[in-house]
Design a protein around this ligand. Structure first.
Ligand code: ZN
Length: 205
């Protein structure tokens, strides 16, 4: 495709949840902006990968800082509750839970979820890294892993897979729990409000 409008629209249409029509609306929106604003956008996109790194422990993205730490601010905070580990699909889910101030343990970001009948789960979610994070936190008194996944088919499939995979941990006195009711079917964690999250964490089972 040579037309710049088509080309840019093609990029936007790859974004999560964005269809071809919305993608074109973004392009026309940009065409109506000042050149200086577009410069800022382009510069920020260019800086994105260089200024952000993935936490060595929970794997969430966080801004690089002067300390050049390999751990994000949450994983660096030893005031958090090391007895609990919450497993979420994506960075946005972690941010939603964190904003609700209902959880004070540590997190792990799977990086996605498992489609039904996925033959190679390890290619979709970071299960080996999860094993490592669990091992690290076990040494600090881990006693509960909370699976906080979306209430939809993929989320439930991921939950079932992880429950089975993590079941042997019960012999080490680590219990596996899931978020409680209050999150209705079809709920994507990132769109749930703080009160709902709070309830779901409190009523986990
Ligand atoms: Zn971290």
């Amino acid at each position: 495709v040579n037309d710049t409008i088509d080309r840019l629209a093609e990029y936007f249409s790859r974004f999560p949840g964005i269809g071809p029509r919305q993608a074109r609306r973004f392009v026309y929106y940009l065409l109506g902006r000042d050149p200086s604003e577009l410069e800022g956008l382009v510069r920020t996109v260019r800086e994105l990968k260089e200024s952000v790194r993935s936490c060595a422990r929970c794997l969430r993205f966080f801004p690089k800082d002067a300390a050049a730490s390999t751990l994000c601010l949450i994983c660096r905070d030893d005031g958090r509750d090391a007895s609990a580990l919450m497993v979420v699909s994506r960075d946005v889910d972690l941010e939603t839970v964190e904003r609700s101030r209902s959880f004070h343990g540590y997190y792990f970001v799977l990086g996605g979820s498992l489609p039904i009948l996925e033959k190679n789960p390890e290619s979709r979610i970071r299960v080996r890294e999860l094993d490592k994070a669990i091992a690290a936190q076990s040494a600090q008194g881990l006693s509960e892993i909370i699976l906080a996944l979306n209430v939809n088919a993929e989320g439930e499939n991921t939950e079932e897979y992880l429950k089975e995979r993590l079941a042997p941990l019960s012999t080490h006195n680590i219990r596996i729990s899931v978020l409680g009711r209050g999150l209705s079917t079809g709920t994507e964690l990132e769109y749930a409000d703080s009160a709902t999250i709070k309830n779901a964490v409190k009523n986990r089972a």
